[in-house]
Write a protein that binds this ligand. Structure first.
Ligand SMILES: [Zn+2]
Length: 431
């Protein structure tokens, strides 16, 4: 999926600046964006003075105190830069929308590809918990707003003749780039071979289990809801989703997950049938939509389907899925590490998607600055200046005329990504 480039007026130092600046200039860029800790302001030397100067060396630079003690310019930023050289080029490339691999990035910067891979890993492990936090803060939808929900899964480790799948649930308001993503419990499929015929049997969860899963991602740990009241939800025909618009159904009556409050959500719901022989992708539906007061519901025509998430998942799979995420490892410990690596990639991808149109290099700087000043308190307000940009880039979409949207959207994405639809059918429990 191609995102529009957007001129946002606070663009980062361009490629030329990054690739041609001296180490001292790069350090200044690091300080100015908030990526680097300002030693001059924050650290007193062991001699008791605080008179740090930036001093150029051959291909790097360092701080030097008036007592002659020196310190690396990245001494306080080892969490992302383990190297002595200030490798801003690596961070800049990682932040750019070019999706440069560590190997290619290494060629561009003249740095060993193992060094680049380690740096990229460090950028992701630093960012991932912050994205967890921002993700948890999201509130999706609201009265009368169209919200799409769907799942994606990745093949994980093989256990005997079973395969474990890592799954993610996604939810987004149409017209927003703020996709909410939560990991769902594993699912298992079983491989059988009969001579030359191979088949996979998927162990289908009970409806009650699937509903518990759904309820668990709709609320935060403190019991509050991630989904705004009165949202119009669009999904495929998985059985659990079908309960979203049934106010007296088992999702809302408190029979599990003590979620009686869910009833207050007053959701509307449409579902398209992805299954052959006539797979549906988008289709108009007449649904009762809550009007925001009392028990006032009115029938409105809305376009069903998960076309926005289909586009998100297509790029998600290209970016995350093509990586060696497979968690098959010789030891369980290694499998866990690989799966954690997958999660970090997922979160990094999600953050870049949220911020597309904005300058990721500056986003990283703002988050680092916030974490230094007020640890653990990064929030959406930290990113407010970029969100204005993201919203400008997200051109307001005219609501489709009821008969205009059918089969029109996301066809090109769909063609690009045959593997995607195959996989979304994998655990499909369409009726
Ligand atoms: Zn000193």
């Amino acid at each position: 999926m191609v995102r529009r480039a957007c001129d946002n007026g606070n663009s980062s130092p361009g490629q030329k600046a990054i690739l041609t600046s001296t180490p001292v200039e790069l350090t200044e860029i690091g300080l100015e964006t908030g990526i680097l800790t300002n030693e001059r302001q924050e650290t007193v030397c062991s001699c008791g003075k605080q008179k740090w100067k930036i001093e150029a060396r051959n291909n790097h630079c360092q701080y030097r105190c008036s007592c002659r003690k020196t310190e690396s310019v990245v001494a306080r930023d080892r969490d992302i830069f383990s190297q002595k050289r200030s490798l801003f080029g690596a961070l800049w490339l990682w932040c750019s929308p070019l999706n440069v691999s560590p190997d290619k990035g290494g060629l561009v910067l003249g740095v060993d590809n193992r060094v680049m891979r380690d740096l990229f890993d460090q950028f992701r492990s630093w960012l991932s918990p912050l994205v967890d936090q921002l993700n948890d803060e999201l509130l999706i939808g609201g009265q009368g707003q169209d919200v799409e929900m769907d799942e994606i899964c990745f093949r994980s480790k093989t256990l005997d003749n079973c395969v474990l799948w890592v799954r993610y649930f996604a939810m987004v308001r149409r017209g927003s780039s703020k996709v909410f993503l939560a990991q769902l419990p594993y699912r298992v499929s079983k491989d059988f071979s009969f001579g030359s015929i191979q088949c996979e049997v998927h162990i289908k969860p009970t409806l009650s289990y699937a509903l518990q899963e759904l309820a668990s991602v709709l609320r935060r740990d403190d019991g509050s809801f991630r989904l705004g009241a009165g949202s119009v939800c669009h999904t495929d025909s998985a059985r659990a989703y079908k309960q979203l618009g049934v106010e007296d159904g088992p999702l809302f009556d408190g029979s599990f997950c003590n979620a009686k409050e869910l009833k207050g959500l007053k959701l509307a719901h449409t579902n398209v049938k992805h299954k052959p022989p006539k797979p549906e992708f988008t289709k108009p539906f007449d649904v009762p939509v809550w009007q925001g007061i009392d028990d006032d519901w009115e029938v409105e025509t809305r376009i069903g389907g998960t076309q926005k998430l289909d586009g998100f998942f297509a790029s998600f799979r290209r970016d995350v899925g093509r990586q060696p995420f497979n968690t098959t490892g010789p030891t369980p410990k290694q499998a866990d590490a690989l799966e954690q690596g997958l999660h970090h990639r997922v979160r990094a991808f999600q953050c870049k998607f949220w911020m597309s149109g904005s300058d990721m290099f500056r986003v990283v700087g703002s988050l680092r600055k916030k974490e230094r000043d007020d640890p653990g308190r990064a929030s959406w307000s930290t990113l407010a200046e970029y969100l204005k940009v993201a919203e400008q880039c997200e051109q307001p979409k005219k609501r489709l005329a009821p008969d205009a949207g059918v089969g029109l959207l996301a066809d090109s994405d769909r063609e690009l990504d045959a593997g995607e639809s195959q996989c979304s059918l994998l655990f499909d429990d369409d009726e």
